[in-house]
Ligand binder design. Structure first.
Ligand SMILES: Cc1cc2nc3c(=O)[nH]c(=O)nc-3n(C[C@H](O)[C@H](O)[C@H](O)COP(=O)(O)O)c2cc1C
Length: 191
């Protein structure tokens, strides 16, 4: 099951978590990883907010040579993104937007954008928020991630939102939605 761009027959998934706490985003990421393990699909999880990542200065050196001058945890992250066929972004909603940690991470992916190495990758966006669905609070995060995918030549293949998640483990009250989300992810990877 799953197709890779890397010459292997298995898809490679990288989950990027936008929350630093062991809360809803981390719980969802672990559940996806466990489910994919059963399908023998390799999943790596990174939490940029808990890493050492300098802010992009906008020097644009990477536009010239596809390499960032900073030597921090993004060196390894960039290799992981390069290898991945599917990038699953899990973000808490913050002020109706995506998490700041993910924006910083996105900016530091410019070397891959500049060398056109994001093109053709598949993106999945999972947005988590405390507000109700009727308040449309998760829309801004989805728009940002969608626009990043469009600009960089990635394809958004699936997205969904989890509402009513305020406390660390509120997402566990939505077991059916988690199961459905994992099934949908499996489906898009099988295509
Ligand atoms: C600074 C801040 C701003 C937030 N803004 C929103 C918001 O605009 N809409 C919303 O639905 N939830 C908002 N939340 C709530 C989080 O999205 C929610 O608690 C989420 O479940 C956190 O995910 P986590 O458990 O993975 O950290 C905000 C939380 C913080 C800390």
């Amino acid at each position: 099951m799953g197709y890779s761009n890397n010459g292997d027959d298995m898809a490679r998934i990288l989950i990027i978590i936008g929350s630093r706490r062991e809360g809803n985003s981390a719980i969802l990421a672990k559940k996806i990883k466990e489910a994919m393990k059963k399908e023998r699909i390799s999943v790596d999880i990174i939490t940029p907010g808990n890493q050492k990542i300098y802010l992009c200065t906008g020097c644009m050196d990477c536009d010239e040579n596809g390499v960032c001058d900073f030597k921090d945890d993004m060196v390894e992250n960039i290799e992981k993104v390069k290898q991945a066929d599917y990038l699953i972004w899990i973000t808490p909603t913050r002020w109706n937007l995506l998490s700041g940690d993910l924006k910083i991470f996105m900016d530091r992916l410019n070397p891959l954008y500049a060398s056109r190495k994001l093109e053709g990758k598949k993106m999945i966006a999972l947005i988590i928020g405390a507000k109700k669905k009727s308040e449309y609070s998760t829309d801004g995060a989805l728009t940002s991630l969608g626009s990043f995918a469009d600009s960089s030549g990635m394809k958004m293949v699936y997205h969904t939102e989890f509402n009513d998640c305020l406390e660390y483990e509120d997402i566990l009250n939505q077991e059916q939605k988690i199961i459905k989300t994992i099934e949908e992810i499996k489906k898009v990877i099988k295509q």
